[in-house]
Write a protein that binds this ligand. Structure first.
Ligand SMILES: [Zn+2]
Ligand SMILES: [Zn+2]
Length: 490
């Protein structure tokens, strides 16, 4: 399994050549994210998981996101915390179950992390080739240490059975354009434009420009020479040559643009958020909403998953999280990952096995809808943890759950649904969305204007509005600090 050292950096270049087999031809019409890119994007996104702690300025250790994949299925989404690095969290959370897993890091892990995950028998470690976990960009007096650490990591890499590499694939043709169009058309942006017809219609592009700037700062190295220096120090000298170097930088830039585009589709915009339409229900802890920034973060995970869809008309993504009894060592606070999915044909089927016709086709027998497995169904089927009845669990779905999925979600014991609701109460040709509106016993948080009561509260607390993140429950908790607090409030 050991890859010859000098060849490792060339992973990207090879992937570039095989681009045409990656997607496109399979789905016929819409471009699709490769699995590798989906995992990479999710690792970058996990690095941005909302923090509740103020990071100490002294540290040279950068926040790192991590996706743990087993048999091509996601079994863990993590983020480094104040106490632990991402690799250490992987070890604490998964232990020997890491054997044969693939790990996707948003930064090259330090030698302390690398030795443990290599020892656990992982199959592959992929990392984003910018500034590593122990930063090589900070000009601290300990930068010598950072270089020594990078050297140690190199030695571990070349002596390990695990394949430690940079896996990035160029996006397929038109992917960015497609993501832009579908992000603009998604439930969340559509609801804002409908609710505020006179609002600055360009809020979406504005939001996107801000995100692009922000993420380029985090994930790219602006200066080419500095980037080369980092690649040399981290054993990727082969990538410093052109055309590999310029290809690498272009791939990285495209992926960051894509992430910013998707993140802007669930924007932190004025008084929009995930709220319960019947707040009377919000008394039990299980019914209380997550802080808005965390709810938005999880919905963006689901939005990213939707770009792996096999349905060539509508991509849907779903992700399930649960909240443990107390805050744990993970940067995700008390939240832990349960499962995720997107809509696709049954596992193991050849794509051509099933009809792909949509409802415009008159002959009902050759329509696809009876064969597609919905995002929620895949998330439940391939969950890697049980859903515990005593814990608060939540599913995030990019569109309204249909009548087939609503009873499954309730039956599985999921306590909360966060969803788009543009289709609620509608009956489309083959799928109907009648049951979601009537569903009881599960709290439903849909994307809408902040209910007026909360809005007033916020206006009286301008300093809170700065954060723009507090939902009704978070506000409630602020005022009753002795109650069991929402995630993150220590
Ligand atoms: Zn580390
Ligand atoms: Zn469904």
């Amino acid at each position: 399994m050991k890859e010859a050292g000098p060849m490792q950096g060339l992973e990207t270049a090879r992937a570039g050549r095989s681009v045409s087999t990656q997607t496109g031809s399979m789905t016929g019409q819409i471009p699709r994210l490769s699995k590798v890119n989906l995992f990479t994007l999710l690792s970058l996104w996990m690095e941005r998981f909302p923090v509740r702690e103020t990071p100490s300025q002294k540290s040279q250790v950068k926040r790192t996101g991590l996706v743990v994949v087993k048999n091509m299925k996601i079994v863990g989404l993590h983020c480094s915390s104040e106490d632990l690095h991402a690799g250490q969290i992987a070890l604490v959370k998964h232990g020997s179950r890491l054997k044969n897993c693939d790990l996707y890091f948003s930064r090259k892990p330090c030698s302390a992390c690398l030795k443990m995950i290599v020892n656990a028998g992982v199959n592959r470690i992929s990392y984003w080739p910018a500034d590593p976990e122990i930063s090589l960009l900070t000009e601290a007096s300990s930068s010598e240490d950072a270089k020594l650490d990078a050297k140690a990591a190199e030695r571990l890499k070349s002596n390990s059975r695990a394949h430690v590499c940079v896996l990035l694939q160029p996006l397929v043709c038109c992917m960015v354009q497609f993501v832009e169009e579908t992000s603009y058309k998604c439930d969340f942006i559509q609801k804002i434009t409908k609710a505020l017809p006179d609002a600055n219609i360009d809020f979406y592009s504005e939001c996107k420009q801000e995100r692009i700037k922000e993420y380029e700062m985090s994930f790219l190295v602006p200066n080419e020479e500095m980037h080369k220096q980092i690649l040399m120090t981290t054993g990727l000298e082969n990538l410093c040559e052109n055309p590999y170097f310029s290809n690498l930088r272009q791939n990285m830039k495209d992926l960051v643009l894509l992430l910013a585009t998707v993140a802007s589709s669930v924007p932190n915009f004025k008084h929009f958020g995930f709220y319960c339409s019947s707040p009377g229900q919000i008394n039990d802890i299980h019914n209380q909403s997550l802080p808005q920034d965390i709810a938005r973060h999880c919905m963006v995970q689901a939005r990213l998953l939707a770009y792996r869809t096999e349905d060539h008309k509508t991509g849907v993504g779903a992700v399930i999280w649960a909240e443990g009894k107390s805050r744990n060592c993970d940067g995700t606070g008390a939240l832990y990952f349960i499962g995720c999915g997107y809509n696709a044909f049954p596992v193991g089927s050849e794509y051509a096995d099933f009809p792909h016709m949509d409802d415009k086709q008159k002959d009902r027998e050759i329509r696809k809808f009876r064969y597609i497995i919905h995002a929620e169904q895949n998330a439940l089927t391939f969950r890697c943890q049980e859903i515990k009845p005593e814990e608060r669990s939540m599913i995030f779905v990019t569109k309204c759950p249909c009548d087939e999925c609503v009873p499954l979600i309730k039956g599985a014991g999921i306590k909360q649904i966060y969803a788009g609701d543009v289709d609620v109460g509608k009956k489309k040709a083959d799928i109907s969305y009648m049951r979601f509106g009537e569903l009881e016993g599960v709290s439903k948080f849909t994307w809408q204007l902040t209910p007026s009561g909360v809005y007033d509260l916020k206006q009286n607390e301008p300093e809170r509005r700065e954060n723009g993140l507090l939902g009704p429950v978070a506000l409630e908790n602020e005022r009753h600090p002795n109650k069991k607090l929402c995630l993150g409030n220590r």
